[in-house]
Design a protein around this ligand. Structure first.
Ligand code: ADP
Length: 264
């Protein structure tokens, strides 16, 4: 959409509404342009590396160690591309209301233990410690296990990415009046008040240098909402961030119904 010339005319209040709408259109166009440029960059970086290494290895004469390193990089970068494309596909499915959930009884504490194991190596690289602090043993929810894993992986991934070396990330889980609340608390770089308001918007990143698409939290929030839950973030610049996810607690009676599963 191109907005040119003087669109304000002499329309009084309506003029200022039009003015506001036009500015919003210009702003959202700018956000999309920035997104296309950042996603192109995100796609090009791994492709360049894959191309470089495959050409190098193809030219021959490398010892097994060098070949292994090259193959490892090709495989890691390919994984990164697959992750990016999956993120784009998920985003588009959510936008079009086409995300299907396979619902079943999920034990959240077990799922969080898996998440911790999953990101262990990444956390080790940064000497970041992960602690699961569960107030009890049983936190049953009704949800799509894979999508819930995606929700918590994204939150914990961000917590590691924006943590300082040798800090601690705590995953608190508590039952709260019919809800299970999980809070992922880091003591990383934090987010200032202005940026915190926009951080869950699609495409938004505080700083584009760390890579990513700015879609992670937008997808995460929508997945939580599809589970009839809530996602909230609190943060203080230089102090740290806490992302909490509330999901409806699966009551004992419904849990003991014959094995619940199905599509939502
Ligand atoms: P991306 O997929 O690019 O990481 P997200 O939607 O997951 O995008 O996050 C958007 C932005 O929110 C990040 O680029 C970062 O600036 C900020 N952010 C998210 N989580 C944290 C955190 N735990 N600490 C500090 N900043 C964060």
């Amino acid at each position: 959409v191109r907005v040119e010339g003087d669109y304000r005319y002499e329309l009084g209040e309506m003029g200022s509404t039009l003015n506001y709408m036009a500015e919003e259109i210009v702003r959202s166009n700018q956000i999309k342009d920035d997104f296309i440029s950042s996603i192109s960059h995100e796609l090009r970086t791994p492709l360049t590396s894959i191309k470089g290494w495959s050409e190098t290895l193809d030219s021959g004469g490398y010892d097994p160690d060098e070949t292994r390193i090259g193959m490892g990089i090709i495989s890691k970068e390919t994984e990164r591309l697959i992750g990016l494309v999956e993120e784009l596909l998920d985003f588009s499915k959510l936008q079009q209301n086409e995300m299907k959930l396979t619902m079943a009884h999920v034990e959240l504490k077990e799922l969080l233990k898996e998440i911790v194991l999953n990101v262990w190596a990444k956390a080790e690289l940064k000497k970041v410690q992960l602690r699961l602090d569960a107030d009890g043993d049983s936190f049953p929810v009704y949800g799509d296990a894979n999508r819930l894993k995606q929700v918590f992986l994204n939150i914990v991934d961000n917590a590691i990415k924006f943590s300082h070396e040798s800090s601690v990330i705590v995953l608190h889980v508590v039952r709260e009046d019919g809800w299970v609340r999980t809070a992922v608390q880091d003591s990383g770089i934090g987010i200032d008040e202005e940026n915190l308001k926009r951080v869950k918007d699609r495409f938004f990143q505080v700083n584009t240098q760390g890579g990513g698409t700015g879609l992670g939290l937008a997808i995460t929030q929508q997945l939580v909402e599809l589970h009839e839950g809530e996602l909230n973030m609190t943060s203080e610049l230089g102090v740290g961030t806490t992302v909490s996810v509330k999901l409806p607690l699966l009551e004992e009676e419904s849990k003991s119904r014959e094995e619940i599963s199905g599509e939502k």
